[in-house]
Ligand binder design. Structure first.
Ligand SMILES: [Fe+2]
Length: 211
């Protein structure tokens, strides 16, 4: 299937943004705009309504990407990964993410995986870890990040938060919502996170629903 104009603009704007930032280039290197495309069926999630409410002009540095996400919103395959049991019903309703570039497509490269995620105001993304090394790059809003190596840090547009392989980390949306790039690099970019229960007493190995 032909790629839509909305998805192409989203990919091009994200690639330009990543290639324009030395900190992102330092993390994953330059990304080509010329990527093979395979269509993915869109997937609806409650989070799309919240994404539509983002006021792009409030974030001039990333406005182009935000406009593209809102325009492409209902063409995207939004996922929630975790179960209600793992993160609670409120989290599932106000969170979601989609793959844009990487080994899972829709735009293919093997070495890096670029996802975009949204977390609603006051959500608590409890402690988790994963094999892939990760860079969070806020595109709108901000959040309080914690990791074993970095400690606590508020990050907003213009910042980058890097987690090493299997470094434990959590995020609290204490400053309102967060929309961010999550960039993964490493050997196996398909390995899912392990997450602790909300009271910290249990550990869940996350099984992603694959189609
Ligand atoms: Fe993570």
């Amino acid at each position: 299937m032909e790629v839509s104009k909305n998805l192409t603009s989203l990919k091009d704007n994200v690639v330009e943004f990543c290639n324009s930032r030395d900190d992102i280039l330092g993390f994953c290197g330059r990304i080509s705009k010329n990527l093979r495309y395979k269509s993915m069926l869109p997937q609806k999630q409650p989070v799309q309504k919240l994404v539509n409410k983002i006021s792009a002009p409030k974030f001039p540095k990333t406005k182009n990407i935000l406009d593209c996400i809102i325009r492409a919103n209902y063409e995207l395959k939004w996922n929630t990964t975790y179960s209600e049991n793992e993160v609670g019903p409120d989290f599932i309703k106000r969170y979601g993410w989609f793959d844009l570039i990487g080994p899972n497509g829709p735009f293919f490269i093997n070495s890096t995986r670029i996802m975009i995620g949204f977390w609603g105001e006051n959500l608590d993304y409890q402690m988790h870890w994963h094999e892939a090394e990760e860079a969070y790059v806020p595109l709108a809003g901000s959040a309080l990040f914690w990791s074993e190596r970095n400690g606590k840090k508020i990050a907003s547009v213009g910042d980058i938060v890097i987690h090493k392989s299997n470094e434990k980390h959590w995020t609290k949306m204490t400053n309102g919502f967060l929309l961010a790039l999550a960039i993964w690099k490493g050997t196996d970019l398909g390995v899912n996170p392990t997450i602790s229960s909300r009271d910290g007493t249990k550990i869940y190995e996350v099984k992603e629903k694959r189609d």
